[in-house]
Design a protein around this ligand. Structure first.
Ligand SMILES: Cc1cc2nc3c(=O)[nH]c(=O)nc-3n(C[C@H](O)[C@H](O)[C@H](O)COP(=O)(O)OP(=O)(O)OC[C@H]3O[C@@H](n4cnc5c(N)ncnc54)[C@H](O)[C@@H]3O)c2cc1C
Length: 436
């Protein structure tokens, strides 16, 4: 029997079914924030996360103003900023010979006009810690969902998952798949994404950072770019390489990578010997994709599971959080009424699909500009697209808005039940100076 044909009328012999108003699969940014929002509305929420903890290296750490804005609305922004490693009001584009200001979010109308770097583990610990204060919230770590529970007419009624202590089943009004770019639920539900090929992959690694270093940004040269994110004592580098070029780069040896980094970011050249082993690196196969339909009866997909974002612009988390906020606004009241309809799921997609598609289209445009640096007589100069954005403030602000706010901000509906008061921020918080 295939997993797709696990019917609701055949409960597993191995365990009694658990019950929840909503079962969220995936404890990444989208799933954790949605679970918190629904739990604060007094709903019984089960959050299932496949890993045993939230500690992952080389995951999204840069938060755009839109993400901070939502966390501010949740009363969590101060506590998040207290553990931030850096703030950046802009992300300039540079070549070894020139710098063009770019994506200056400091001019946006938002309470948090800067990007910030927060290790994802701190972010998720904070959100989940807050959700734990809601009595009907349940988190199961190490819980890998393997099957959907469905009626004969295909309506999703729950999920089956494997945990350390065996196999379990959750029955629920609504399953939300927030299980990321390789979404298992997407496959189980038979939802096929439309994929956009990317000409590049990204290799992530870290190098030492010194207080006197120039600001982060996108450094163009040697046929690609390096995105430099400030992590306090370290730089996190996102090094672009031609799609599928990783095997060749490895065959050439770490020394070839060090040389290339020094060509793209000359002032870092003296520190590249800190990179000794490929195990210090992490390869991201870049792709952008989106579902035509984000739902089936009883099931909604959000975040990367519904639309994997390219890393350009560091927008994946803020877009995922906005999905979660809209889903909570639309579906919270329906879940409380015990009446979630397909039209409600369609309403979530309708509100989110166009902002997501616009951001993806803009990411494609910016990526094209970044790659154009290697061509023809303009090699070595900041590409024309970035120059135009820098020269025309209206267009520059539009670009900053698309990345910084995700096209437009999302407001949370007021919570129908009093949320527990947020835990105060640590007293010793001293705001970080803005850099860049
Ligand atoms: C290397 C890298 C760097 C990035 N940098 C940035 C950045 O700086 N800024 C930014 O905004 N974005 C960045 N992104 C993108 C960003 O991380 C994602 O867009 C964002 O995390 C999407 O959130 P999500 O909750 O939808 O999915 P994810 O964060 O992928 O979370 C999905 C969760 O589901 C869990 N899961 C998967 N399968 C199952 C299952 N079967 N059962 C239960 N749980 C399951 C996973 O363990 C995971 O915890 C980066 C991505 C990568 C890979």
């Amino acid at each position: 029997m295939s997993q797709m044909s696990d019917r609701a009328d055949r409960p597993p012999a191995h365990a009694a079914a658990e019950r929840a108003d909503c079962c969220v699969v995936g404890g990444g940014p989208a799933g954790a924030v949605l679970a918190l929002l629904l739990a604060r509305q007094g709903l019984a929420v089960t959050l299932l996360e496949a890993h045993g903890d939230f500690d992952r290296d080389f995951r999204g750490d840069a938060l755009q103003p839109a993400a901070l804005d939502l966390l501010g609305q949740l009363g969590l922004a101060d506590r998040l900023l207290a553990v931030a490693l850096a703030r950046m009001p802009a992300f300039p584009v540079r070549t070894p010979s020139e710098t063009v200001p770019q994506h200056d979010v400091s001019r946006l109308k938002t309470p948090y006009p800067f990007m910030t770097i927060v290790p994802q583990v701190r972010f998720l610990d904070l959100v989940v810690g807050e959700a734990r204060r809601c009595p009907a919230f349940r988190l199961v770590m190490g819980a890998r969902v393997e099957a959907l529970v469905q009626d004969d007419d295909g309506r999703v009624r729950g999920v089956r998952y494997r945990a350390r202590d065996g196999r379990h089943e959750v029955r629920t009004q609504l399953v939300v798949g927030a299980d990321g770019r390789f979404s298992r639920l997407r496959g189980l539900a038979g939802l096929e994404p439309v994929r956009t090929a990317s000409p590049v992959d990204i290799l992530w690694f870290r190098l030492p950072r010194e207080a006197t270093d120039p600001a982060g940004g996108a450094y163009l040269g040697d046929g690609g770019w390096v995105a430099l994110q400030d992590r306090g004592a370290q730089w996190q580098l996102g090094y672009s390489l031609a799609k599928g070029g990783y095997a060749r780069l490895r065959a050439e040896g770490v020394e070839a990578l060090r040389r290339s980094v020094a060509l793209r970011v000359p002032w870092l050249g003296g520190r590249t010997d800190a990179l000794r082993d490929w195990r210090q690196t992490s390869l991201l196969a870049v792709e952008a994709c989106r579902l035509r339909r984000w739902y089936r009866p009883g099931l909604l997909l959000i975040g990367d599971a519904a639309h994997t974002m390219s890393p350009v612009g560091a927008v994946g988390i803020s877009v995922a959080l906005q999905d979660a906020a809209v889903a909570a606004n639309v579906l919270g009241p329906r879940l409380r009424a015990g009446d979630v309809r397909v039209a409600d799921l369609a309403a979530v997609q309708r509100r989110r699909e166009w902002p997501v598609r616009l951001v993806q289209a803009y990411q494609g445009l910016v990526q094209g500009w970044m790659l154009s640096t290697r061509r023809g007589a303009t090699a070595g100069r900041v590409p024309l697209g970035f120059r135009i954005l820098a020269r025309l403030p209206f267009l520059g602000d539009l670009g900053a808005r698309v990345f910084g706010l995700g096209v437009w901000p999302v407001r949370l509906s007021p919570s129908p039940t009093p949320a527990p008061p947020p835990t105060p921020a640590p007293a010793a918080h001293s705001p970080l100076p803005a850099r860049g």
